[in-house]
Write a new protein. Sequence first.
Length: 566
Amino acid sequence: MTDGIALGGERASRPVLLTVDDDPGVSQAITRDLRSQYGQDYRILRAASGAAALDVLRQLKLRGDDLALLLADYRMPEMNGITFLEESLDLFPDSKRILLTAYADTDAAIRAINQVHLDHYLLKPWDPPEDKLYPVVDDLLDDWRADYHPTFDGVRVVGHRWSARSHEVKDFLARNMVPYRWLDVADDPEAQQLLAAGEISAAPESMPVVMTAEGTILAAPSDRELAAAIGLSTRAELPFYDLIIVGGGPAGLAAAVYGASEGLRTVLIEARAAGGQAGQSSRIENYLGFPTGLSGSELARRAIAQAKRLGAELIAATEVCELDTRASSPVVRLTDGSELSSHAVIIATGVAYRRLTCTGIDELTGSGVYYGAAATEARRTEGADVYMVGGANSVGQAAVYCAGFARSVTLLVRGDSLEAGMSQYLIDQIRGIPTIHVRLQSEVTAVQGDDHLETISIMDRTTGRQEDVPANFLFVFIGAQPHTEWVSRGIVRDKRGFILSGLDLMPGDAHPPGWPLDRDPLPLETSVPGVFVAGDVRHSTVKRVASAVGEGAMAVSLVHQYLAKP
């Protein structure tokens, strides 16, 4: 029997006092006395057996609740109080423990002081409680509060430090702006306690384990399972929309804001997390209207809230696998088997960092080698020597941010200057931080390590000389690779996969092949009428957040022009 806890509900903020006694009369009496004295500051729970109490403790642990005190009767069938208190140590080792005993059992209680970390034993009956119960409990609770650190009230992730999937889960949560606490199964006692509470193996195939604030346990979850558990929508509400936006970066979010605000039934579909590549930026300092700068995640958070407030629907962790433009209305097919139709589509899938080509890179990606994601892993670099590959703004922002944690940050740049690809304000910041070093005309030729990155090989491109250096962290920020394999064949792309639009489709003023209308394609309109493109995925675009936002807004204006024409 449990009393006073709504299992499966939201986590409560008050710490718990748990009593365990198989005698209903004694159980009711001790619960009544504790509730009378401590009910305002603590939740008073009771269980009728040691086994039932252990179940309660497991659920409290999984929910992230705090346990201040256990008060257990010695004489209980199947599991006596000493055995119960001993087993409870695996779940809540820092809680205070009291054993209720009869006079004849005092020797057993004394022997249990060392065995189960017993803090006190009380003889029954304890009347009056003002003299025999409350002074003892007061002292123990004072001691407990002196060392009390409130449990993190949110998502907890248990995994292996160098696990690639653990990194992906942390990155997914961070980019979706979900606070979480990371617990390394190798050396964190709380990680072991949580796994024991959930009766989950620490085997690699079970990792990572995600536990929500409500106590839901997800072992090795997919992105869609994770999204559903943290309250993100993964399915569309309607089969047909005025406007479908594919991609949740700055261009897509801007289009969602303007589309919804101007009366279009708008849905945005994002494969991983809103914000796109810009959402990983630790600091954007040249965005209009923010003189002190803002992080990419903060920009994404504001845009998501704005789009939702205006009525846009956002679908997360859902990937588009096909855009079919053969019917009268474009059809977007999703990897979950569903499909959506609309009057118009805006493609705003942005770009991903190009993969680094060198020996050993694939095996160590996610285990010391990371593409972008510096904000996710930066705190782990404290005291380490970090290497970053790239020469544009994204790597400069990451270097400045990571320098606040790492012992040193070294930029490996293929070119002969930073000025070729990086804004001057970032160059000035980098030159003003003594722990950031820049190696020009340098490239990574190999990475080595057993289960995680241990060394990297760097070649000087001017001399051909190669050097092996120890490193546990390598962040890669190179190139721009569009994700456009899913679009229909009728949509014209350049040799690199970027989508052509507007005048770029009309060399020599001729309409693109298969263009069915008398008019020219609108600016940002692709080779298929009603399908538009915005942001970094567009051919010859300017790779800046502000330009992507502007194109997203402009694309909606062009959608209105398209819909207004017969």
